[in-house]
Design a protein around this ligand. Structure first.
Ligand code: ADP
Ligand code: MG
Length: 231
């Protein structure tokens, strides 16, 4: 996706550094993500992919550098404010869905909306609509233990999208799925994200998935080695 150089990125990292002891998980990363843009993040194990997602999403505070959401600096906000921001503005899909086992599929999907102060009846109705969009119309009352890996990951995607976040962070979301299920699940994520206008950052080892996205950012030893776009 092209956009004018003057357009403000939806999400931006500037000079991001994250250390663990003497180890640099991020050694000075600059990254821009445009509204609605889908980006793959690729790189060897231990290269800093997860650290980058966590710093951009406000889960981890960087040791140096800044993170901006729609031009507002977010990395220095209090933990409470960052937690609110994550609930309202971001959606997350992890390798295995991290669904709440005791809740049904529709309750899991409704959770971010409920945490954001939404009414229960509305949240559950919205959750059923999202499950329908992801081909899980008949699964609303099932608990995670009654779902296949691919179905559970679709529930996680419905949950990540249901409160219409600005950015979806997906960390190796197909890592626990077979190739075909992984592809179908990512198609479902990308199509629904496009419908809502959410930007998507997907960390993946699946080269074919990465190649199917409009943009690939490669990272090695905590540095972006390709895919940088002029700010
Ligand atoms: P990736 O997701 O690309 O596999 P990570 O961001 O998880 O990479 O890790 C980057 C580097 O930081 C690795 O060398 C890893 O060992 C180190 N690291 C990540 N998290 C921690 C942690 N909580 N404590 C210590 N070192 C960590
Ligand atoms: Mg990782």
């Amino acid at each position: 996706m092209t956009h004018p150089l003057t357009a403000q990125p939806m999400l931006a990292g500037r000079g991001l550094i994250k250390r663990y002891g003497t180890e640099h998980a991020l050694a000075g990363v600059d990254i821009d993500v445009a509204a609605g843009e889908a980006t793959a993040i690729v790189g060897p194990s231990g290269s800093g992919k997860t650290s980058l997602l966590h710093v951009l999403a406000g889960i981890l505070a960087p040791d140096a550098g800044q993170v901006f959401l729609a031009g507002q600096r977010i990395d220095q906000l209090s933990e409470t404010k960052r937690s609110q921001l994550r609930q309202r503005e971001f959606g997350f899909v992890f390798q295995s869905g991290l669904l709440v086992d005791e809740l049904t599929a529709e309750e899991n999907v409704a959770l971010p909306t409920l945490l954001g102060g939404g009414r229960k009846a509305d949240a559950l109705r919205g959750a059923r609509e999202w499950l329908g969009r992801l081909g899980l119309g008949g699964f609303a009352s099932r608990r995670p233990g009654e779902l296949s890996g691919g179905e559970a990951q679709r529930v996680a995607i419905a949950r990540a999208l249901s409160h219409r976040p600005k950015v979806i962070f997906a960390d190796e979301p197909t890592g626990a799925l077979d190739t075909k299920t992984g592809r179908d699940t990512m198609d479902a994520l990308l199509v629904t994200a496009r419908e809502t206008g959410a930007a998507v950052l997907i960390v993946t080892h699946d080269r074919e998935l990465a190649d199917s996205l409009p943009r690939i950012v490669s990272i090695r030893d905590g540095l972006i080695t390709s895919g940088v776009r002029a700010a």
